[in-house]
Design a protein around this ligand. Sequence first.
Ligand SMILES: N[C@H](CCC[C@H](N)C(=O)O)C(=O)O
Length: 293
Amino acid sequence: MPVKFRKMFGLGNDFIVIDARQDSKLSAAAEPRRATALTDRKTGIGCDQLIILEACEDAMCRMRIINADGSEVGACGNATRCIGGLLFQEKPDAPEATIRTKAGLLRCFKCEDPDMITVDMGEPGLKWEQVPVSKEVDTLHCKEACEGPGLTDCACCSMGNPHATFFVDDCEKVPLQEIGHDLEHHAFFPERCNVSVVTVSKDKKSIRMRVWERGTGITLACGTGACATAVNAIRRGYVGKAENYTTEVKMDGGSLVITYAPPGSGGEKEGHVLMTGRFDTAFTGEIPDSLWG
Ligand SMILES: N[C@H](CCC[C@H](N)C(=O)O)C(=O)O
């Protein structure tokens, strides 16, 4: 029986989704050899991440995230919106959609626009050991990894996966394709990292972001990266109470609206990161036996 999949994407960040909730044997897709065969854009079906849904006792599903290089990781914001949308299509009257990942339990909420989802991405990890980075530093101002043209100023945090945000005058000019791999693998990041180069708009209402993703390379959008960028910009005071701790993160594939009211700032969700944006389903298909092996 051929294995079915859905091709979904969030702002151009694209996913092969395999639903193993009724057949746990399909979790075999997570094996690195099979995962990389599927994600390969030349010889496979092609995607940034492979997403596997599994049955879960304390959530509507478990979501496993495998990067294009076969590495399994803890969080994927764009995929979380896609799976949240899928769960609401299955249960339209559910007040929320819950997804368990390696990083924790995520709650998704419907928006007025049926193609949009809001996700409570939980609390960012702000301590050096939470990111993680290799030594005790102030994660808001890290000089250690600033090795690249124009990179002098980095802030780090975890969204269930490690992120480095480089604030620069003009992120369009950063040669991310050339320097992304070395930054991802910099010794300062013992679990590697996702790298964003960002420029805050003059009116403080938005942030332009380009991203090199751990285990995948440059993508059109990164949900957890947009969250990390907004958290680090708010921590630095580039966006604040006047903007209701909300900013728009503009990526190559489109924008996400992120709210992060820091602990003690008031508000029912203070300390949590809320991400709102589109999700799309492109098509469904069957995996050729040659790729499943
Ligand atoms: N490359 C990331 C996983 C996917 C994150 C991204 N696609 C998102 O939307 O958050 C990592 O290794 O942590």
